[in-house]
Design a protein around this ligand. Structure first.
Ligand SMILES: Cc1cc2nc3c(=O)[nH]c(=O)nc-3n(C[C@H](O)[C@H](O)[C@H](O)COP(=O)(O)OP(=O)(O)OC[C@H]3O[C@@H](n4cnc5c(N)ncnc54)[C@H](O)[C@@H]3O)c2cc1C
Length: 465
């Protein structure tokens, strides 16, 4: 039968990866009348968009969660699927924990979401410089900037130390990188960060730092009713049996003829074009025959994922709200680096979410469930008080340990990578095209970027098949 070993399933386009980018590409191609199959290695669609189930049956985001202004493509997709949004809980003060001192601050002042640490003037001046540099970047093509070589020859850490003097500003710059990319600032190229800032917008609105980091007016402004996983799950349901789960792709063979052969654990597909829709790093899990062009083969050795986990605890009520707190915090110590209020829209239960970033994620890996819970709840207690000690349930997801993601939230580039290998991010290779949020022009690293990349990849192949 078609699909059996020896007799491949024949389609116009084979999409590899059933995350938002792959599902979006498939939707557009089906709409254009093409025959499509989506091969997904996991037992669920959605990839880095994942609904974790807590012990009481509550489903909450274990991966991507927030959307915000200028993220028009994810917003349009959500709307087309009948998925609603609601504002992230943002009433009251944020908690700031640094050098063993806990303080709270309002986010509606001049500094917005930036904590009023010593050194904020220093920070604001450097941020202005940074914004000016980011304004010279073409989103998604940072290697074309006039100063690309200079900026891609240093880490963000190097630049931030040269352009600030205070410990407070330096900590806040590191917290900016930690909370957006989940890496240390010494791991990432300045040029990469400038592109990330430039990409936090759309064709009509240039990207900026505030939109990246803010809750009100920024990328964390809205949540998805019922959880973000509703978007990929509904999209996959619309695509029906075109989406094959538990179908990890092992090899893609090009023989110089008009079709590619895609071999997976479950079936083989013969397609006129293939869209590989995942992070560059994840594409290295596939064998390409013959081998990829040198620049692409090198790129995928040089585009690692950040390290990240999310820990969520559930309480009878969102008790921090009664204390006048938003549930948002930034900390310089403890297992959890930052927090958000993850309660459902009606506030019927209190869910507190903690980001376990980079170094902390790696420290937790290999620990027992009890050790992980103890470490994360100790952070919650430090930030929000004793009531946080005894949730009725908790859940977490260690993305680094997830073989289909290898970390998160996105792929990053150290110095030298974007200027030497950046062109290979999107350049099609024979019958193979690349999607995934890392290839997006706007909102790279985000769900919106994933959708944009799927739309772009579909538009590349639609005329060719
Ligand atoms: C903890 C965390 C928090 C985040 N928070 C936010 C947020 O608040 N807002 C936001 O917009 N974004 C957020 N993101 C980022 C967002 O999740 C991603 O940008 C987006 O989901 C990426 O979609 P994608 O399709 O590009 O890749 P993925 O979702 O990674 O999809 C790739 C798919 O390919 C599959 N796959 C991999 N290898 C194979 C193989 N060999 N064969 C077959 N299938 C394979 C994977 O299982 C996966 O389903 C977060 C991510 C994480 C991890």
């Amino acid at each position: 039968a078609p699909g059996d070993p020896g007799e491949p399933l024949e389609v116009d386009v084979c999409v590899v990866g059933g995350g938002l980018s792959g599902l979006t590409a498939a939707r557009d191609l089906v709409a254009a009348g093409k025959s499509v199959v989506v091969l997904e290695g996991r037992d669920r669609a959605g990839g880095r968009v994942y609904g974790m189930t807590l012990g009481d049956g509550t489903v909450t985001e274990g991966g991507a969660e927030f959307i915000g202004p200028t993220q028009d493509r994810i917003a349009a997709l959500a709307q087309s699927l009948g998925v609603q949004t609601f504002p992230t809980y943002n009433t009251g003060k944020n908690v700031y924990y640094r050098s063993n001192k806990r303080s709270t601050y309002a986010t509606d002042g001049l500094l917005g979401a930036v904590p009023p640490d010593w050194g904020v003037v220093d920070l604001e001046l450097a941020m202005t410089t940074l914004s000016g540099m980011a304004a010279t970047i073409t989103p998604g093509r940072p290697w074309t900037a006039a100063k690309a070589e200079e900026w891609d020859s240093q880490t963000f850490h190097t630049w931030s130390r040269l352009n600030t003097v205070s410990a407070g500003a330096r900590f806040l710059f590191d917290a900016f990188i930690s909370s957006t990319l989940s890496v240390r600032s010494k791991e990432v190229s300045l040029l990469y960060v400038l592109n990330y800032i430039a990409s936090a917008g759309n064709a009509a609105n240039a990207g900026n730092i505030d939109r990246l980091i803010n809750t009100a007016g920024g990328g964390q402004e809205l949540r998805i009713t019922g959880g973000s996983q509703e978007i990929p799950l509904r999209l996959a349901a619309q695509l029906g049996d075109r989406v094959k789960l538990n179908t990890r792709v092992r090899r893609i063979t090009l023989d110089g003829g008009p079709r590619a052969l895609v071999e997976s654990d479950a079936l083989q597909v013969s397609a006129k074009r293939v869209i590989v829709a995942m992070s560059p790093q994840q594409t290295a899990s596939i064998e390409f025959r013959p081998g990829l062009p040198a620049s692409r083969a090198q790129l995928i050795q040089r585009f690692p994922m950040g390290s990240v986990a999310k820990f969520v605890a559930v309480y009878p009520t969102p008790f921090w709200r009664a204390d006048g707190l938003t549930g948002q915090a930034v900390a310089d110590s403890g297992a959890i680096d930052a927090t958000f209020d993850n309660s459902p829209a009606d506030g019927s239960r209190g869910l507190l979410m903690g980001f376990v970033n980079q170094t902390n994620m790696r420290r937790l890996h290999g620990k027992s469930d009890a050790e992980i819970a103890t470490a994360c709840l100790a952070s919650f207690v430090k930030l929000f008080g004793a009531q946080a000690a005894a949730p009725s349930h908790y859940a977490y997801h260690l993305w680094d340990a997830d073989p289909f993601s290898g970390g998160g939230p996105t792929g990053i580039a150290a110095p030298g990578v974007l200027t030497e290998f950046g062109e290979a991010l999107r350049a099609p290779h024979a019958l193979i095209h690349w999607a995934g949020t890392e290839t997006a022009d706007f909102w790279t690293g985000y769900m919106d970027g994933a959708v944009r990349s799927g739309e772009r990849a579909a538009s590349e192949v639609v005329a060719l098949v």
